[in-house]
Design a protein around this ligand. Structure first.
Ligand SMILES: N[C@@H](CCC(=O)N[C@@H](CS)C(=O)NCC(=O)O)C(=O)O
Length: 284
């Protein structure tokens, strides 16, 4: 009797293991087929047309990711044709945005912009002096590598993704993953260092970044003077993101009330790069 029970248990276990392995194999196969189909679609999209892989638009801005938004701004500024792909959001480096161009994958908004600038001969900072170019680079790093973390701190640690959830359509299965996603973002904040500061400290350093942008912009139409260049793609993405998607944060009123030249700047660049803004938003 006992021997029979043991045989039953063993065969049950091996059935379970075989089913699990078959499920994993089927999932891999399915992913492989989808990837092949997607790849064929992107490759057939046309020569010199950028496929921009990114999440779906928000209700209030064309993207909630400042890096996707920055890249879209550049593509529009450079008048490089692009198509959006919302199926494979994360690229070979595990981040969004990334692009496919003529069958080649390129990741990271800044690296993509620099590659496209060379390929299409669209360098908008070329006429700046070496000193101005250095300032533009320093501001780009401040935006992408510092202000970005201050804003993430508010979005993921203080607001716990609530405003983000109100600003874009998030599929049900992804909402189930929200606690894990928030955890991973908070871990990233800790690893980067911003997550170790108090909320007051983070607010202070983030507002200092906004103050620096406002003071340097002064009464100029664009950050480096009279014409739009690459640093504006980043600056517009971050400041417009605050105005569209951070309304409950302290940064919204700082931009609107204390640094109104940043507010006017956003309206100016938006009119220039996004005449079709409303059509690029997700409808509610
Ligand atoms: N340096 C990258 C940063 C991109 C980035 O951090 N993207 C975020 C979305 S805004 C992301 O992919 N996060 C997912 C993760 O870190 O796992 C760039 O400029 O493209």
């Amino acid at each position: 009797m006992e021997a029979n029970d043991n045989i039953d248990k063993t065969s049950c276990l091996s059935l379970l293991i075989t089913s699990a392995l078959l499920l994993v194999a089927a999932a891999y196969w399915h992913r492989h087929v989808i990837r092949k189909r997607n790849r064929a679609r992107w490759d057939g999209i046309g020569k010199d047309i950028v496929v921009l892989h990114c999440s779906t638009p928000g209700y209030f801005s064309p993207s909630l990711s400042p890096f996707v938004f920055k890249l879209m701004n550049y593509l529009r500024l450079a008048k490089i044709p692009y198509k959006l792909d919302h199926e494979e959001i994360f690229g070979p480096k595990g981040k969004t945005p990334w692009i496919t161009l003529n069958g080649e994958d390129i990741s990271d908004s800044q690296l993509v912009i620099e590659t496209l600038a060379k390929k299409f001969d669209k360098n908008f900072s070329r006429d700046l002096s070496p000193e101005q170019q250095a300032v533009a680079r320093a501001f780009t790093i401040m935006l992408d590598e510092h202000l970005a973390w201050g804003l993430r701190y508010w979005r993921y640690k203080l607001d716990k993704g609530r405003s983000m959830q109100e600003a874009m359509k998030i599929p049900f299965y992804m909402l189930l993953m929200k606690p894990f996603f928030l955890r991973s973002q908070q871990d990233a904040l800790w690893q980067q260092g911003m997550g170790r500061h108090t909320p007051t400290e983070v607010e202070e350093v983030t507002i200092k970044d906004l103050a620096a942008l406002s003071h340097y912009l002064g009464t100029n139409p664009y950050l480096m003077g009279n014409s739009l260049c690459e640093v504006d793609c980043s600056m517009f993405a971050f400041v417009a993101n605050i105005l569209c998607n951070y309304k409950k944060s302290p940064y919204y009123s700082v931009v609107k009330d204390n640094y109104s030249n940043l507010y006017d700047y956003v309206q100016r660049v938006k009119a220039q790069l996004w005449p079709d803004w409303d059509e690029c938003l997700e409808s509610k």
